[in-house]
Structures are given as structure tokens and as C-alpha cells.
Design a protein around this ligand. Structure first.
Ligand code: KG4
Ligand code: ZN
Length: 335
């Protein structure tokens, strides 16, 4: 079971990766461009793009690894959460290859994949640890104990990545919004506009971002196009600061409440520079705290993290059956 093909097609990234004996040999990510003009992912187009590009992405991952299809021993594939049509393209490709090559396959939870992004090329993370999962669809803090995941914090409305994406749209920036807002913030004053750091009444651990987005919308409604353009860097920096502060505040709360001093950050928003800066300020404050970020290439969706999470199951012979179906709303503690 030493050569594993990872396949990821849950949203708008078509990706394939090869891992041999737990070591990553290739990771090909094709980011679908078609969605840019719509300002967000169009599910129908996403599945069509996966269907068109997945086989070539897999071939390229083998080519870079200097291997061929017949060298594969097992396949790891995302089966949820994500867009149904997109998940089905990857899952059915995995099943087809599994039957054709007579090798086993395993379904991988995409969120568990994000957690494993931090394990690629390292084995120094000790249990238990806290994982802050910040992506386009999720903002959660998990307490991780070997194969056991305990949810301690979640968003009650939008995810942090979604707040970046929706904020970017309001500011007239492109999709995906996170990198665009980060770029627009350069040189901006993060204190010029006072956006809220939302609190959730019922649970102090939970996140909420929709009020923050609405306050940006109201601010921009009061300004004309020219003043938005002239103040773009200050607006972006202040909005980014409010998202980052919200993440840091809740993370600090979870660290204090659980007494756990190892934190792993996962998901696309982990790529944010200001978030990384403010996390290192937290590390300076808590001497015992250690925070691990994935390499930039493993922050956003990729098949390397799916191969890594799958490899962990494959070595324990935890394979899937052909009746495995795509599960769009799969959670970390139910699959
Ligand atoms: O994990 P991911 O690739 O996909 C999901 O599973 O959702 O995360 C995508 C999200 C998007 O919302 C995108 O705007 C955000 O991650 N993102 C960022 C940055 N790069 C990607 N957010 C803030 N700063 C970034 N540099
Ligand atoms: Zn993701």
C-alpha cells in the first residue's frame, strides 16, 4: 500500500497528488477560473470543469512523480463535505480506477484532510491539540485526540472565508475575496473604520460574521464610488482586522478554557498574512503556546492533504465499499 493517489474535487479546485510511503511526490492543483466572472462558485460549472480536467490532473500528478497508473496501490478521495455534483466526479473517478486497477479506495472527509495538511512532512504534533478550521464554508475549533474530534466552537452564520468573499464583493474586488482583501489592505490603516467584533450571546465560544459583513455594506452605502476607491486600503485593512481579531479572540478563549497549548490552523484563511502576524503575537503572550500553520500550498484545497489523511486510514486497512456515496454536509465527527 505504499503508492497512494489522492483526489480532491469538493469545490472549485481539481486536484490530484501522489504519496509514496507517506512522502509527498506530487500535488497538482487546477483552480477553476470560470467562477471569477460570477463572483463566486457556480456549482453546475464546477462539476463540469472537474469532469473535463480531472483525468489530465491525475495523469500530470503521476508524470511529476515519475510513476504510471500501474504503480498505484490505493486511492484516497474526498467524499464530503462539498458540492454534490463536484464530489460525485471525484468519487466516481476513484471507484472507476479502483475497479479498473483492482486496488482499494478510501473516502476521506475533506475537513479531516485540512487537518492533515499540517502533518505533511512532519510528525511532531502531539495529542491533544486544538484545531482552528477556517475555510470558505467552515469556522470551527476542534479538540483533537488521535482519531477523535470534539467540536467546541462553530459559526452561527457565515464562515470567516465567506466573510472575506462577501466583503470583497461589497468592495468591488474579485473572487476569492481573501487574497484580494489582503492585497488591498497593504498600506491601509486597520483602525480607521471601527467594524464590530461580533459576540454570540448564547455561547461565548461561537463565531458570527454576518453582522460584520452588514456593517461593511452599510458603511459603503454611505459612501460614493470614488470615496470607496480612495479609501479602499483603509476599508480593507479595517475589515480584515475585524475578521482576524474575531478569530484570535475565540481561539484565545478556547486555549484558556481547555488548557491545551498546541494549536493547528487549517483551511484557506490560514494563508492570511495578518492572521499569521496576530497569531504570533498570541504566541508571544503565552510562552507555552505552539501554533502550527500549513505550508501556503496546503492551506487552500489540494489533494496532498487528502492523500495524507487517506494514507493514515490505508495503513490501517480502513477501506471504503463501492456503496459509499457523496455526503455534501459531512461533519468531522460523523465521518
Ligand atoms: O479551504 P478553502 O480553500 O476551501 C474551502 O474548503 O472552503 O478556503 C477557501 C477560502 C475562501 O473563502 C478564500 O477567500 C479564503 O479561503 N482565503 C483567504 C486567503 N486565501 C484564501 N482568506 C484570507 N486571506 C487569504 N490570503
Ligand atoms: Zn477546503
Amino acid at each position: 500500500m505504499n503508492v497512494v493517489l489522492g483526489i480532491e474535487t469538493s469545490c472549485d479546485e481539481t486536484s490530484a497528488a501522489i504519496m509514496k510511503d507517506g512522502e509527498l511526490l506530487s500535488n497538482i492543483v487546477y483552480s477553476q477560473k470560470i467562477h471569477i466572472k460570477y463572483g463566486g462558485v457556480v456549482p453546475e460549472y464546477a462539476s463540469r470543469e472537474h469532469e473535463k480536467n480531472l483525468i489530465n490532473t491525475i495523469k500530470e500528478s503521476l508524470c511529476v512523480a515519475n510513476l504510471t497508473m500501474s504503480d498505484l496501490d490505493a486511492i484516497a478521495v474526498t467524499y464530503g463535505p462539498g458540492l454534490l455534483g463536484s464530489l460525485l466526479v471525484g468519487l466516481n473517478m476513484a471507484k472507476g480506477l479502483s475497479i479498473g486497477l483492482d486496488i482499494p479506495f478510501v473516502g476521506v472527509n475533506h475537513m479531516e484532510g485540512h487537518l492533515f495538511a499540517n502533518m505533511i512532512g512532519r510528525n511532531d504534533i502531539n495529542y491533544p491539540y486544538l484545531c482552528l478550521l477556517v475555510s470558505g464554508g467552515h469556522t470551527q475549533i476542534w479538540e483533537v485526540e488521535a482519531d477523535n474530534y470534539n467540536l467546541i466552537s462553530d459559526t452561527i452564520d457565515d464562515a470567516a472565508g465567506e466573510a472575506f468573499d462577501k466583503g470583497a464583493k461589497i468592495l468591488g474586488l474579485k473572487y476569492p475575496g481573501g487574497p484580494e482583501i489582503q492585497k488591498a489592505s497593504i498600506g491601509g490603516n486597520p483602525e480607521r473604520y471601527n467594524f464590530p467584533r461580533p459576540q454570540v450571546k448564547k455561547s461565548k465560544f461561537n463565531f458570527s460574521f454576518s453582522g460584520l459583513k452588514t456593517s461593511l455594506l452599510y458603511k459603503c452605502r454611505d459612501m460614493n464610488d470614488k470615496s470607496i476607491k480612495d479609501s479602499l486600503s483603509d476599508l480593507s485593512a479595517s475589515y480584515q482586522e475585524a475578521i482576524v481579531d474575531t478569530l484570535i479572540n475565540k481561539l484565545e478563549l478556547a486555549i484558556n478554557e481547555t488548557g491545551i497549548n498546541t494549536v493547528s490552523i487549517a483551511g484557506g484563511v490560514a494563508a492570511n498574512k495578518r492572521f499569521r502576524e496576530k497569531t504570533s503575537m498570541l504566541v508571544d503572550k503565552y510562552q507555552k503556546l505552539s501554533v502550527i500553520f500549513p505550508d501556503m500550498e496546503f492551506c487552500t484545497d489540494n489533494a496532498a492533504m487528502i492523500a495524507a489523511a487517506g494514507y493514515n486510514k490505508i495503513i490501517k486497512k480502513q477501506f471504503s465499499n463501492y456503496d459509499l456515496t457523496a455526503v455534501p454536509n459531512l461533519s468531522l465527527n460523523n465521518g
